[in-house]
Design a protein around this ligand. Structure first.
Ligand code: HEM
Ligand code: FES
Length: 343
């Protein structure tokens, strides 16, 4: 058995995303070094670059950590998720540049190799004031390296999704180490109201969004559990039903056509009253489910044909909870009250 290697599939959207990302990163570095040079005229360009690259990498990490919960809270953020790995690799490259510049600036001139010097030059792990904060940054960088190196789909397939996911959850450990790196390092040696403010706001945002997404998921799970306890059956994801079309499901031995249209989900018997045509293979035309065989029409909410016609198909109660569609298997006679749900 051999594995198929596929090159990264670049498309116009990915190129655009990377161009915008590159321009934003370059713009940030320019503004950061310009403003910092004006505020601290004695600082060297190396120091400004180290600080600019460090804060940029941390900013990117915050964005990365916020994308997941944002998408769970609102699917409109999903386009951000599709390119999150590019953002992750760019963040690692930026952090690596910050780490390498720091190593050169602070550890390259002694007779001990820079990487060894990084870990042995300060061993005051028992002191908060003089804690070797750079070691925290180095361990975090090691984790970010593992994640960037395994970000390609090749690794996702080879490691299997659960192992890959567990490995990439280490981003939260890296985040905690980096908070320590900045609080015990930069903020102790040169307290900055701006950096402290941004860090506190960033942490509050990351934690707040994760909590909000977690609470929403718990609420949805509870609502789904209650609906199922009342006999509703989970039939599919809302995204599995194309707009103005149906998905045909089997409920208690009966085929049911579940339509999605204009922000609503309606379920009707799949059997047309004319000659048993499959309504679920039809479309919604002019607001009516239209049978694909001879064009008989039914209102999706009530199952009744629009006047002056009098045919009726049975309908089913629906619920949409989160992104799941639930249908009650007990049919109701068509032509009654509307019993569909909003998406
Ligand atoms: C080998 C790894 C690392 C080393 C040796 C290192 C070293 C340093 C040093 C020496 C400073 C103080 C710079 C100064 O105040 O002039 C610093 C600050 C900082 N580092 Fe790192 N770092 C590493 C990894 C990271 C990583 C992975 C990130 C983020 C993803 C990061 C983010 C920051 C930030 C935000 C600051 C504060 C910048 C400021 O003062 O405005 N560092 N780091
Ligand atoms: S079977 Fe539906 S219109 Fe004829």
């Amino acid at each position: 058995m051999s594995l198929q290697y596929t090159a990264v599939g670049w498309n116009r959207q990915k190129r655009l995303y990377d161009t915008v990302l590159g321009c934003c990163a370059a713009g940030y570095l320019l503004v950061f070094t310009g403003v910092s040079a004006a505020l601290h005229p004695s600082a060297t360009l190396e120091t400004l670059l180290i600080r600019g690259l460090g804060t940029l990498a941390l900013l990117m990490l915050h964005v990365i950590l916020c994308i997941g919960p944002l998408c769970r809270l609102d699917p409109r953020f999903l386009p951000l998720l599709y390119n999150r790995r590019h953002l992750g690799v760019s963040m690692f490259v930026t952090a690596l540049a910050h780490g390498v510049f720091s190593l050169v600036q602070f550890h390259a001139l002694g007779d001990v190799p820079p990487l060894v010097s990084l870990f042995v030059s300060n061993t005051r792990y028992d002191s908060l004031a003089q804690f070797p904060f750079q070691a925290l940054g180095a361990v975090a960088l090691g984790i970010l390296f593992l994640m960037a190196a395994t970000s390609h789909d090749f690794w996702l397939r080879n490691l299997s999704a659960p192992v890959w996911k567990r490995l990439h959850m280490a981003v939260y450990l890296a985040y905690a180490l980096l908070i320590g790196h900045v609080v015990l390092g930069a903020l102790q040696s040169e307290p900055s109201l701006l950096l402290s403010g941004f860090l506190a706001a960033g942490m509050a945002l990351v934690v707040g969004l994760h909590l909000a997404a977690g609470f929403q998921e718990r609420r949805i799970d509870a609502a789904r559990g209650a609906a199922q306890a009342h006999g509703f059956v989970d039939v599919c994801d809302i995204k599995a039903i194309p707009e103005k079309r149906a998905r045909i499901v089997s409920l208690a031995g009966e085929r049911v056509a579940v339509f999605r249209h204009d922000g609503r989900v309606s379920a009707v018997s799949n059997v047309c009253q004319h000659q048993n045509g499959p309504l679920g293979e039809g479309r919604i035309i002019d607001g009516c489910i239209t049978c694909p065989w001879h064009g008989y029409q039914y209102l999706p909410e009530t199952g009744a044909s629009p006047p002056p016609f009098t045919e009726k198909v049975p309908v089913f109660r629906t619920q949409v909870i989160g992104d799941r569609v639930l249908v009650h298997p007990q049919p109701l006679p068509g032509g009654g009250r509307s019993c569909d749900a909003r998406t």
